[in-house]
Write a protein that binds this ligand. Sequence first.
Ligand code: CTP
Length: 448
Amino acid sequence: MTKVITYGTYDLLHYGHIKLLERAKALGDYLIVGVTADDFDRKRGKLNVQQTLIERIEAVRATGLADEIIVEEYEGQKIDDIKRFEVDIFTVGSDWVGQFDYLNEFCKVVYLERTQGVSSTELRSRQHEIRIGLVGESRVINKFAHESQYINGIRIVGVCTKAPENLNAALLKLPLVTASYPELLEHVDAVYILSHPSKHYRHIKAALEKKIHVLYESPMALSLAHCKELQTLSRTQDCVLSEGIKTAYSIAYNRLILLAKSGKIGDILSVEAVCTSLQDIDYSDSKSLEHTWNSMTAWAPTALLPVFQLLGTQYTSKQIISKIGNEEMRFDKFSRLHFIYPTATASVLVGKGIKSEGHLIISGTKGYIYVPAPWWKTEYFELRYENPQENRRYFYQLDGEGIRYEILAFARAIDKKQHHNIASNISEGIVQIMEAFVQRKDCLSLDN
Ligand code: CTP
């Protein structure tokens, strides 16, 4: 009996897949089909596979061509499978020519001509494309546009900015580059808002009123009343309102939060998060500070995320200690935030005029989680105990600093009309801190 094996994702199973499976089957007597697991696809950079593993397996099964279906979960598995199932022929489409020649050592390798004119990528992008507009002056907009290329089903169609000099060549070539926000809103289904935080409320409101979905770089607004108004508006307009904190979308970060919550380090007693990035800022130039994010808005949403996700937002008291660089603009060189909860404490340090070790430490009654700097681009963390032999290390690949996953989650939320990742009480908690800072409530300023 000749055994044949082939692998694929088989997302939105199409004619090209069926043709391939038919020819693979014809190469022998018994066909094994390996369907890639979701995690494995993500590692290979196939981010927005639309169907779940179960759905994809069912689709392959329904063709009636596979005698056996297996799941491909790790790199190098093909060799294991070929040996285990005593496979005679390995085959894939001609888009892979040469890439599996190394398997010749274990069985015969056959590349079959790929069917022209059809692919899962193309089918995915045909499903109602979301037109996205970008808003803001920061260069991060270029990064966002770059990362969005990895996601099918969305297209950046325009930018609204007062600083076109910060746009790269690709963005300058877009059909719409304008200083008029209403004009941008006429041409899009969704916006990514990276304007100065003082404009977020106005920009988000205008978008939602036109039933345009919003992904905003946190914070949502600078007052709780504005935040609640926007949340209500997003519900009545049936629009997605997504908090953009890229760390929240990193796999490693999510895993460490789950581990902490599942009691691996006992009861959580303390969270300590530091986020700093030294920048050359002229604190006497109020005009230029108008466009610059202060330390609080630039970093506190990220630093507060693990605090609020682990300890909640119902702290009994807080204190914000800042060194203010420009009083009129409420621009802090750095701020330290202390939170007291009934059974725990938290401390956060954020700054653009200070340099420190950007780590995250979550301490519990049995051990602690340590995430080295820069923890907000988390790929790696450790679980540490009194007895070092019990320590564990975790590594999860992070592509595109998390921005890619953030865009993907946003696109999915729009598609499935579902809200996601960051709970609304956390968005509110972040805005409350911004409001306290602006109103100097529970705040203390150090001398300059
Ligand atoms: N295949 C094919 N002809 C096509 C598309 C796919 O012969 N038009 C083959 C591939 O070469 C592979 C198998 O079908 O051997 C599974 O491919 P998969 O990667 O799941 O499908 P694609 O449509 O290529 O998916 P994507 O666009 O996401 O790369």
